[in-house]
Design a protein around this ligand. Structure first.
Ligand code: DGI
Ligand code: FE
Ligand code: FE
Length: 201
């Protein structure tokens, strides 16, 4: 776990690179992730750290994100070329490691998957994925009351609801769907169906 002064130093550096809204969102994700870790018996320090750094690449202009990935051997998929804002998740993991000195693979993985999700996420990755969606300043998504309640009860079911709603929203907008988002949805749809089956029994 990072010492208080280390995480405090990171916070100060990050703040310099972010506009006010992104900074408050970041703090929201940090503390929401910590609360979820408490509720689900996960490592609070890791949740805070991943929450704090999850959008560390968001301030970088898209063109620069593309060239940073190319320069550093981070693969860019076709969908990421069409929607480069997706890159801030993998680039964020890279920046967390190289610039902020995070070595913990679980924390880096949680940052990596925070936008699309993926199949079989670790509980920490699920926590960051969910905290990003429900932190107190988020207000646009429908169904937030239900998602927020579910977040503290059942991480799998909460991921299912978020992915279902996100895919519905993206399809309505005609956006390109990342294969990871699709895979994540099918994975958590299975856990959802198993849950429904159990309730009916
Ligand atoms: O960086 P944030 O704004 O805090 O949040 P984020 O990294 O979760 O990004 C949220 C956006 O990403 C949201 O509008 C949905 C979108 N998204 C998630 N999966 C996909 C996607 N967008 C596209 N085009 N394709 C996806 O598969
Ligand atoms: Fe993000
Ligand atoms: Fe975010």
């Amino acid at each position: 776990m990072k010492a208080d002064n280390e995480i405090e130093k990171m916070r100060k550096t990050l703040k310099k690179y972010m506009d006010a809204d992104r900074y408050y969102h970041t703090q929201g994700v940090r503390y929401t992730a910590a609360a979820l870790a408490m509720a689900h018996g996960e490592d609070i320090g890791k949740a805070e750290l991943a929450g704090l750094l999850h959008d560390s690449a968001k301030n970088i202009p898209e063109k620069e994100q593309l060239s940073l990935c190319e320069k550093n051997g981070i693969p860019i998929s076709e969908i990421e070329r069409k929607s480069p804002y997706l890159l801030h998740a993998k680039l964020g993991a890279y920046i967390a490691e190289k610039k902020y000195g995070v070595a913990d693979p679980e924390v880096l993985e949680a940052i990596r998957w925070h936008t699309t999700g993926t199949e079989g996420m670790s509980r920490l990755s699920q926590i960051i994925f969910i905290a990003d969606y429900i932190e107190p300043r988020r207000f646009k998504a429908g169904n937030l009351d239900e998602v927020r309640r579910m977040a503290f009860r059942d991480l799998d079911e909460c991921c299912y609801i978020i992915l279902r709603d996100t895919l519905g929203y993206l399809k309505m907008k005609g956006a390109f769907i990342d294969t990871e988002t699709e895979k994540a949805f099918h994975f958590y749809e299975k856990t959802h169906n198993a849950r429904i089956h159990k309730i009916k029994e």
